[in-house]
Write a protein that binds this ligand. Structure first.
Ligand code: ZN
Length: 313
């Protein structure tokens, strides 16, 4: 059975996308628990919690505003051929991020939200895709290679997750007040006083404090002052507020222990905003983001200038 699932990925993507056995098992059996390894949240929920998590995944996957497309060469619409695993992985990431904040998820899905997956790098480029994945403000869509959905899942615990990074950008562009996509401000829904009943004042307070500390630490590295602790994120995410929002979202869901040790206030902002402490799902962090980031700052190389700003109090 999984052979035929593997074969359909093979022919759909000309061999560009070879998902893990777990995804293929889901495609051939429809058994949701086969997807557990994609969602660390399942390690902190009991049986009833896991059931309600997968019910949410299905509600998102079927939601009329969940506009997920599969695009082939020359912009061919291949959505009817989308493997079930791809649909439920994307829906699952949304469900995982917002499992404890379904109020934010409901507002997010109050209008069509666009996600565009591509079968090959060529198809991605032909439709204007930039670098390995992106959020396009003009089409209000995440654009990502299908294969990148499966990228960080070859080890026993999840690793890099390009979708979560791009979701960080998308959430930054989402205006919870109007329900529309808008200008990025470096803030997730729930962090702005104008977000109405979604506004989470404590999260904003911690976010300001924590982001200020990260910026202070980054600036001291920039001056060559090594006396303070390192910032958590790589210089890449200090380019601007958008990359900060994208990068730190991903790290909250991948290396929460290091995150919390380095900057308790910023970690508390995410716990308040997303309603859960992700450390409960991780006995050990995904080490790559910790090590790659630390080794940059330890190298003594001067990090590039930053355009990071702090939201007004
Ligand atoms: Zn980015």
């Amino acid at each position: 059975m999984t052979d035929s699932a593997a074969h359909s990925f093979e022919s759909l993507t000309s061999g560009h996308c070879r998902p893990q056995a777990a995804a293929l098992a889901f495609d051939s059996t429809g058994e949701f628990r086969a997807l557990d390894s994609y969602f660390p949240i399942t390690r902190m929920l009991d049986k009833a919690g896991i059931d309600s998590f997968y019910q949410l995944v299905q509600r998102v996957a079927r939601h009329p505003c969940f506009d997920l497309r599969l695009i082939g060469a020359n912009k061919t619409n291949l959505t009817p051929h989308m493997p079930a695993s791809a649909r439920h992985l994307v829906a699952g990431h949304l469900a995982e991020v917002f499992f404890f904040r379904q109020d934010i998820l409901a507002r997010f899905l109050s209008r069509p939200r666009h996600f565009q997956l591509y079968v090959t790098p060529e198809a991605y480029r032909q439709d204007g895709g930039i670098s390995g994945g992106c959020y396009s403000p003009s089409r209000e869509a995440i654009q990502l290679l299908l294969s990148r959905l499966f990228e960080g899942f070859n080890s026993p615990t999840p690793g890099v997750c390009p979708f979560l990074h791009e979701l960080g950008h998308m959430l930054d562009h989402f205006d919870a007040r109007t329900g529309k996509m808008g200008k990025a401000k470096g803030l997730y829904p729930g962090l702005s006083p104008g977000d109405g009943d979604l506004f989470t004042p404590k999260a904003r307070e911690f976010f300001l404090k924590g982001k200020r500390l990260e910026l202070t630490r980054y600036l001291s590295r920039l001056r060559g002052d090594l006396s303070q602790p390192m910032p958590i994120g790589h210089p890449y995410v200090f380019q601007n507020d958008g990359e900060f929002a994208a990068g730190y979202l991903e790290m909250f869901f991948r290396n929460p222990h290091y995150f919390a040790q380095q900057n308790a206030d910023l970690f508390a902002a995410y716990v308040e905003l997303f309603g859960c402490d992700t450390r409960r799902a991780w006995t050990q962090d995904f080490p790559h983001y910790v090590n790659a980031n630390r080794s940059f700052y330890a190298s003594g190389k001067k990090p590039p200038k930053t355009r990071l700003t702090l939201p007004k109090e």
